[in-house]
Design a protein around this ligand. Structure first.
Ligand code: ATP
Ligand code: MG
Ligand code: MG
Length: 353
């Protein structure tokens, strides 16, 4: 059978490896950590840094297709190494999603609304941009942020130079704070033949910048669902994307949508699909990158997915006794604070759609 290379061996890589195995593919995971979550599930693990061109070339030499599970894979080494086999999603899509300024400029350029924003390269620019945007704002590093890391809320009392320096004084973006009614996300996929399939949106609740739970359908109205799916489809189309994408939205009280960010990979807010859809986001991604037909994205059940973070993994014992709950643990040894250890999805009833 064919072999799929997966760059990144976290829980997302692990769940991709599981889905690939079920469709008869071999997987090789590249990760600097030999005991990464995906290493237990992949056929082979290549232990190397993500920007190690020689290791990437070795991966390419043993694979028929290459994909990745996180958006911070350095693009240039990847472009250099991955020429002989298809890379899905493309390096171009990855590059856009890696930089919040490039990402928002792309979205606005295809007519997709975001929070108002300004690129910030110095404390003086921050001062100026804050006046232009007016109101409350959030400073984020352009690159490498996840789970709310690399972000600072602007407070009236703190000197702006300190805020800029607190993020490392690196190129940043200032975003107007959006007074959203709730957040939601859409997991979409586009196949090599251009077919698009989009799962139903999930309502997301975050705590301390980390996703806590995703509810389907939650507060999401049919109109908001339709609009969110349309926007995700437009992004997939305009990027000529292949694979699964996550699109995060802010929804206002009138059902107006702004895109927060896009993730060129399977997404935490799509984990519910493994319990409430016939084809999960993980299998959908494997199908897409391998050139197979996409699965139908319809859900059979309403559900709630909750992350098990740090110590919360202890809840698994009692969750396992519940009838309509799917528990998924990532095999991580140490339950450090803030670490995603697993998740569970509770089916809450048949879907009315
Ligand atoms: P992820 O783990 O999803 O990649 P991240 O570190 O890239 O997270 P964001 O998605 O930009 O971070 O922000 C995390 C959360 O912070 C958002 O889901 C939202 O709850 C809040 N947030 C971010 N930007 C804004 C904004 N402009 N206005 C209001 N809330 C915001
Ligand atoms: Mg992000
Ligand atoms: Mg986010």
């Amino acid at each position: 059978g064919a072999t799929i290379g997966i760059i990144g061996g976290g829980q997302l890589g692990r769940m991709l490896a599981m889905a690939a195995a079920r469709l008869g593919y071999r997987t090789i995971v590249l990760d600097p950590e030999p005991a990464c979550p995906a290493a237990q599930l992949a056929n082979e693990t290549l232990v190397a840094a993500y920007d190690d061109v020689a290791a990437l070339a070795r991966l390419v030499g043993h694979c028929d297709i290459v994909t990745y599970e996180f958006e911070n894979v350095p693009v240039e080494p990847l472009r250099l190494a991955v020429q002989a086999v298809p890379l899905h999603p493309s390096a171009d899509a990855l590059e856009i999603a890696q930089d919040r300024v490039v990402e928002k400029a792309f979205l606005n350029g295809i007519g997709v609304a975001t929070a108002e924003w300004r690129a910030i390269d110095s404390a003086a620019e921050l001062d100026h941009a804050l006046i232009q945007l007016g109101g409350e704002a959030i400073l984020k590093t352009r690159r490498l942020g996840y789970d709310g890391k690399g972000q600072a809320t602007i407070r009236k009392d703190a000197p702006l130079a300190d805020v800029f320096e607190s993020l490392g004084g690196v190129p940043s973006i200032l975003e107007k704070r959006v007074p959203f009614a709730y957040e939601c996300s859409v997991i979409g996929a586009r196949g090599t033949d251009g077919t698009i399939a989009v799962f139903d949106p999930a309502e997301n609740v975050h705590g301390l910048g980390i996703l806590r739970c995703s509810t389907v359908p939650g507060k999401i109205t049919d109109d908001v669902a339709r609009e969110a799916k349309d926007i995700a489809s437009r992004i997939l189309e305009r990027l000529q994307y292949v694979g699964v994408i996550g699109v995060e939205f802010f929804v206002d009280a009138d059902g107006g949508l702004l895109v927060n960010e896009i993730a060129p990979r399977v997404h935490n807010s799509g984990h519910w699909t493994e319990a409430a859809c016939v084809i999960s986001q993980f299998e959908q991604h494997i199908r897409a990158v391998a050139g197979l037909p996409l699965g139908a994205p319809a859900r059979h059940s309403d559900c709630v997915m909750e992350n098990l973070i740090g110590d919360e993994v202890k809840r698994a014992a009692s969750l396992l006794t519940e009838p309509a709950v799917l528990v998924h643990l990532y095999g991580k040894a140490e339950a450090r604070a803030g670490r995603k250890m697993g998740h569970f999805t509770r089916l809450t009833g048949p879907a009315n759609c």
